[in-house]
Design a protein around this ligand. Sequence first.
Ligand code: TYD
Ligand code: MG
Length: 432
Amino acid sequence: MTKRKSIYICQKCGYKTPKWAGKCPECGSWGSLVEEIEAKNVRIGWIKPSTTSPLSLEEIGEERAERILSGISEFDRVLGGGIVKGSVSLLSGEPGIGKSTFLLQLANKFSDYGKVLYVTAEESPEQVALRAKRLEVKSSNIYVLAENNLEEISKQIEKIKPVFVVFDSIQTLFLPHIESAAGSVSQVRESAAFITNLSKSEKITSFIVGHVTKEGTIAGPKVLEHIVDAVFQFEGDKGYNFRVFKSLKNRFGSTGELAVFEMTEKGLREILNPSEFFLSERPIGKPGSVIFAGIEGSRPLLLEVQALVTRAVFSTPQRRAKGIDANRLSIIVAVIEKELGYPLRNFDIFVNVVGGVKISEPAVDLPIAAAIISSYLERPVKENFVLFGEIGLTGEVRKVKLEELREKEAKKNGFEVASNISTISQIPDFLC
Ligand code: TYD
Ligand code: MG
């Protein structure tokens, strides 16, 4: 009989230790070590005996990965030109963001290529059928299986031979030979490895749903992200009816690519010109509103950055940032104080990227500074201009990547680039 050994595993980073501790010595998180039974002789199914032998680089032909198109052009673009046959992707996102809805829509598209299996380990088949009805999905090629046990699931896959499988979700699936509960690090990791082996050997294209925790990380160990071929994330604010679909990792395409979808009663609808969509409700002629020409992946995107500068109520002024890095905001405020002499320490400052999009590139510095100055001086920014540029500590405005692409996007949407701002002290010249 196999010996069973109990072990403590950090649910955040996967660190293992025989003794419990309050704090994980590896990643430093508190209360994350959970007792699990370590299975000896872990048997991961579906590894076929290797029949291959090494090839020299010259012998290897230029076999291109075979891709299938979903017909949802923005989705296909983010994946790098369609989904690679036999690949395993993870779709992560907060509960209720629309993962199941989107994957059912995708299942519908892929049912044109053969049988599709939707494994629902969270909802009943009736719930899935109800959703399908609402989304007007009625392909007879879509099969729904309500099952949590991956070994049972693999038997069904062998039987019906689908081309595309959705596993909804990884946190509710389990392998019976692993003794810890579904959703634990061991189960999540081994289940993902099992699905990957199954997909590769049977040439099935799979999508795995993964919930994210409050901190925004995928529940389960980081290793999950290493096992799969691609990781995509759904982002969005509950207050808005659109969702951003982003590639965080892609073995078959570039990362950081983004697509925007609008939520409708009949499911997600792709937005072909997100710039126009994000600017549609922009206030015209109001101080504190600036258009930023950003780059997400390889796509240019116009977004509105808003700032509100009001007299501080308490002695310590508030600094709030949504959609941008809060530390970056503090630095920009300090540079403005120093270069322009505004007493911003007496003012609360709130900055927001409209639409709940998160921006991480430094090119957003200049629009943030302009929005703050515009709100402070109560003078709107000149009409029909977009801004971008990184701000240095002495107030200089630096060049950023892909400026031509940003300019092209601005022109396409009827804007001009405010190009001759070389230091932040010139920003007031750009106000009305
Ligand atoms: P759901 O797909 O169940 O989210 P997740 O699988 O990520 O938890 O979607 C949550 C709810 O939002 C569900 O009641 C359906 C609704 N919804 C729409 O009505 N339209 C849409 O376009 C989307 C994406 C969701
Ligand atoms: Mg769901």
